[in-house]
Design a protein around this ligand. Structure first.
Ligand code: FE2
Length: 422
């Protein structure tokens, strides 16, 4: 018997409503009217069924730590890094784990079933690494967690940074991270990229670097990352996260840079909520937005996905881990509110994210993992507009989160209106 049938779903690329049948954790049939028994049957009533949301950039070791030990008064990236440094000696494994699992429940309720989380490797105890490896294992039935070894204080700038990075990777962290713009000099930044990319080759790992997260138009480490990607044959396996300096770069330089990034099949991860919060903080007026040039990158055929980056931590005091909120901010901050652009931004928090993470079996096709979300919305643009209720979140053919449909009753004299904003 089938595990699950979702009936009457709207699916991207299908012209009429379809049923989706799942067995052994996989999608086994997608067709207009499936007549079979199943343990669970859901009637989607014409609403959008999508593959799960993917957060391609997050910090799970810091999440929900806002106010510990103090609030970020300047709102800058650098004060955030300083506060995190003050907090690190007081972190406990129990505290990190409790906050991470709370965040994961939020993520699942919002339909996010894959998160790439950076984890700080510059604490000599590597406590957060151990805790998040444990969380990755304990939660794998419910969510894909991919960990990036992230040398927050600089892999060369921090004492024993390289040795700690190697130890974290030996323990089983999935991806090599970096932060070249935070090294002591531009040259050290370039050197860190070379060393870390070579380390990834030796170990057969992907790379995802915090790169050029500043408003300095001369921060051009993405050029070096692109160069080593080509040199080492790592095409498609590298991600440049943030790339906010690109906003302020010279236009001629960018016209040379983007085709090189396309050649290297660079994945780019933009973090609209947090970039809008942290960038331009040193400006008076006008204040720069400080996001990478997403429409121009996409026009070059470069894969761009979006990340939440932070939820209630030293860098961002808000958030519920709703990836549609991220895409919504992106639509405004990037001037991507056109209908087709909104649809692409929806993809940036679903399929593009899966591409950045290299997730196997992702998608709404026969043979893919039976991981899906039924939204209280009929289309991607409606989802972008209303940030709808995630009616059902399905993992490997089983419902793991359910939220009742939200309808408001508005009483205008004798008339009662049911309002669902559609
Ligand atoms: Fe980040």
């Amino acid at each position: 018997m089938l595990e699950l049938i979702i009936k009457n779903g709207t699916v991207d690329g299908q012209s009429s409503l379809v049923d989706i049948a799942c067995k052994d954790g996989k999608i086994v049939e997608i067709s207009p009217a499936i007549k079979a028994d199943a343990v669970t049957i859901i009637d989607a009533e014409g609403q959008l069924v999508t593959p799960p949301f993917v957060d391609s950039h997050f910090h799970m070791d810091a999440t929900l730590s806002m106010g510990m030990p103090r609030l970020n008064q300047s709102g800058t990236l650098l004060e955030g890094i300083k506060i995190w440094g003050e907090l690190k000696p007081d972190l406990t494994p129990e505290g990190i784990k409790e906050r991470a699992i709370k965040l994961i429940t939020w993520a699942i309720a919002k339909g996010n079933l894959a998160i790439r989380s950076h984890v700080d490797t510059t604490d000599p105890s590597l406590m957060a690494v151990d805790v998040l490896l444990e969380v990755r294992e304990e939660m794998k039935e419910f969510i894909d967690i991919q960990l990036v070894a992230f040398p927050q204080d600089g892999v060369l700038r921090c004492k024993d940074g390289l040795a700690l990075m190697r130890r974290a990777l030996d323990k089983g962290v999935d991806v090599v991270g970096g932060i070249p713009h935070f090294e002591r000099t531009m040259d050290e930044g370039h050197k860190s990229i070379e060393i870390l990319c070579e380390m990834a080759v030796e170990r057969g790992l992907m790379v995802d670097m915090h790169c050029d997260e500043s408003d300095d138009p001369h921060s051009r480490h993405i050029e070096t990352l692109t160069y080593h990607t080509q040199r080492l044959g790592l095409q498609g396996r590298i991600a440049g996260s943030h790339l906010t300096s690109m906003h302020s770069m010279d236009n001629y330089y960018v016209s040379k840079l983007l085709p090189l990034m396309a050649e290297a099949q660079m994945n780019c991860v933009c973090n609209p909520l947090v970039n809008m919060n942290l960038q331009g903080r040193h400006d008076t007026y006008p204040k720069r937005r400080g996001l990478m040039r997403v429409p121009e990158l996409m026009a070059q055929g470069i894969n761009v996905s979006l990340g939440h980056d932070d939820v209630m931590d030293p860098w961002y005091p808000m958030g519920t881990h709703d990836m549609l909120e991220v895409a919504h901010m992106g639509a405004h901050a990037l001037h991507m509110t056109g209908v087709a652009q909104q649809e692409i931004l929806f993809d940036a928090v679903t399929t593009h994210g899966a591409k950045t993470l290299n997730i196997e079996g992702y998608g709404l096709d026969i043979g893919c993992n039976a991981d899906m979300v039924v939204l209280q919305a009929m289309s991607k643009t409606e989802a972008m507009r209303v940030h709808p209720t995630r009616l059902y979140v399905i993992r490997r053919g089983k419902i793991i989160s359910q939220t009742p449909k939200v309808v408001a009753n508005v009483t205008l004299g004798d008339d009662v209106h049911n309002v669902d904003f559609m």
